[in-house]
Design a binder for this molecule. Structure first.
Ligand code: FPP
Length: 241
């Protein structure tokens, strides 16, 4: 079973939102147009979660490696983030969505950390969905930071897992279902600790086209999987006895 108990109800789904650039390029549009359409896909996907039994959704919006992209693309993504926080907060609060941003904040452009804090405070009471957006996020860095923070104090799996997941955000430690859009099949330094027993779902769909039907298909496939967390299925346990 889970080595760390998660108290939050519902599944924890996480998505690597890939394919914005290719979606745009195939249409003769600038990559920024793909990222803009990606924001609409975030809204559609988040709003579909509660009815599909998803209580927490973690989205990979900007990895720590994404700083290496051209400055105008990075600037465009940061502008989108700023606009998202400004324009979506009221809607998030109305739909019972609590927003948290995970990842480093000290390298974000001026004003964004404060905008994040305002959006988190304004949506704090949301109890239908916990939407976590990963910005300047690296799973390896999160694991190193947890190790440094604990300094050997309590490095049991439970305590360490909570430190990695960032217990200050009341975040569940385990990811149940990890989805990657855009056809690639890799984890790209996303939630490496939390996804230890996640079911993986890869889809060719480009992120700007992703929506409720795709999410429902992933959840249906997830429900068919036989999750054993390294143990044997009950029938096999009695057969082995
Ligand atoms: C990957 O597509 C996507 C990203 C690096 C950014 C994801 C960002 C958004 C969906 C919008 C901004 C988010 C917020 C919260 C405002 P890619 O550009 O790597 O696509 P490609 O593999 O086709 O080039």
């Amino acid at each position: 079973m889970h080595s760390q108990a998660d108290s939050r109800p519902g599944l924890h789904a996480a998505i690597i939102m890939d394919g914005n650039g290719r979606w745009a390029t195939r249409r003769g549009l600038p990559r920024a147009a793909g990222h803009r359409r990606g924001v609409e896909a975030i809204r559609r996907t988040a709003e579909a979660c509660p009815d599909l039994g998803i209580g927490t959704l973690t989205l990979y919006a900007f990895s720590s490696d994404n700083w290496q992209r051209p400055a105008d693309e990075v600037g465009g993504l940061m502008r989108l983030l700023r606009a998202y926080l400004r324009n979506e907060t009221a809607r998030l609060a109305r739909t019972g969505t609590r927003l948290s941003v995970i990842g480093r904040r000290d390298r974000l452009p001026e004003g964004i950390p404060e905008a994040i804090e305002r959006a988190e405070a304004a949506t704090e009471a949301g109890d239908r969905l916990h939407l976590r957006i990963a910005v300047d996020y690296s799973a390896r860095d999160a694991i190193i930071a947890a190790a440094q923070r604990l300094q050997g104090a309590d490095t049991s799996r439970d305590a360490f897992g909570r430190a990695v997941a960032g217990e200050m955000h009341g975040s569940p430690v385990n990811v149940d279902l990890l989805i990657r859009t855009g056809g690639e099949k890799r984890l790209s330094d996303f939630l490496l600790w939390e996804a230890a027993y996640a079911e993986l779902h890869f889809t060719e769909r480009m992120w700007p086209d992703f929506g409720e039907t795709d999410l429902a298909a992933a959840v249906t496939e997830f429900a068919r999987r036989d999750r054993r967390f390294g143990a044997l299925a009950p029938a096999k346990v009695s057969a082995a006895a």
